[in-house]
Design a protein around this ligand. Structure first.
Ligand code: ADE
Ligand code: ZN
Length: 320
């Protein structure tokens, strides 16, 4: 399935950093990031919460706009090799200048320059969704939202929230989401990954987001599934991530097909590909094998994804 043109809506830039890239930065800067790699050089973690710690340790090697320029190019190269033509990527001012607006603008400029270069050289288009991090708390989220409002535009198209879904509630972040909405940004929230249906309902009703990151645990409440279908809410489903983190035992047990059959708009993304030993091409291949999805099904997914993308209509027309 490598050849099929793919649209990816849910990718964390730092989470997509190849392990060798992070090892290289740690060595260059003599940073001790601890034992975050296994014997084969892959990221090593025990569960989701340990994954978050490893993620943050790896991210500590990224310390300058230049590092983010290199990271953006490395990530887009991997995505383009998988057939991705359009990628929406979560960008975190928490890791880029500690939410200082001036520093954030410098990091953003570097990422945008890399994106322009990748577009010219590899034909892949990047747009950014600024994300706050739930377990860093509402105060830092406000600063993140202010960075988002300052830089909203044709490249920064959305605002979201990631991190530990078990901590705090969507309504604790209402100020930040309202601030981002007023700046013209489109909204998404991670929910229904580690939290159940009530967590998806809270993101929908309290934050009024149009997309949900993951959202798969909505399947535990069929009234909510119907509501998602009726509202036309788009789920950014990341099956390989869910399976690697132990949410479902294998590809056949994953609810993506059932959500699709029940009329929910589903899309397919990788989340943090090297952490989960995946790529967009691999996600497509696994879905084709386990669910017998054919080319028509993947074209439908790509159409749903492009319709739900946060970029402007001209960009969509160029990609279509
Ligand atoms: N940040 C990076 N990957 C994530 C995930 N799968 N869930 C929540 N926050 C994340
Ligand atoms: Zn995610």
């Amino acid at each position: 399935m490598t050849q099929l043109p793919k649209i990816e809506l849910h990718l964390h830039l730092e989470g997509a950093a190849p392990p060798a890239f992070i090892r290289g930065l740690a060595k260059e800067k003599s940073i001790d990031i601890g034992g975050i790699f296994d014997a084969d050089g892959h990221y090593k973690y025990k569960d989701f919460w340990d994954f978050l710690k490893v993620y943050e340790a790896a991210t500590s090697t990224l310390q300058s706009p230049e590092d983010y320029h290199r990271l953006t190019l490395a990530v887009l190269e991997e995505s383009a090799a998988s057939g991705v033509v359009y990628s929406e990527t979560f960008l975190s001012p928490d890791f880029c200048g500690n939410r200082d607006v001036g520093a954030w603008k410098e990091y953003l400029h570097a990422m945008q320059e890399a994106a322009d270069q990748a577009e010219r050289q590899m034909g892949i288009t990047l747009r950014g969704i600024i994300t706050c991090i739930r377990h860093f708390g509402p105060e830092k989220a406000r600063e993140t939202a202010l960075c988002a409002a300052e830089t909203a535009g044709s490249f920064i198209t959305g605002f979201g929230i990631a991190g530990d879904e078990k901590i705090l509630a969507p309504k604790d972040f209402l100020w930040s989401f309202d601030c981002a909405r007023e700046a013209g940004l489109r909204l998404t929230a991670h929910a229904g990954e580690w939290g159940g249906p009530e967590s998806v309902r809270a993101a929908l009703h309290d934050l009024n987001v149009e997309r949900i990151g993951h959202g798969v645990r909505a399947i535990e409440d069929l009234a909510l599934v119907d509501e998602l279908a009726e509202r036309g809410t788009v789920l950014e489903v990341c099956p390989g991530s869910n399976i690697a983190l132990g949410l479902y035992k294998d590809w056949r047990a994953h609810p993506i097909a059932e959500l699709d059959r029940r009329g929910v708009k589903v899309t397919v993304s990788t989340d943090d590909p090297p952490f989960f030993h995946t790529t967009m091409a691999r996600e497509y291949d696994r879905l084709a094998d386990a669910l017998e999805w054919d080319k028509g099904q993947f074209l439908k997914i790509a159409q749903t994804s492009l319709d739900a993308a946060f970029c402007d209509a001209d960009t969509k027309d160029r990609i279509r």
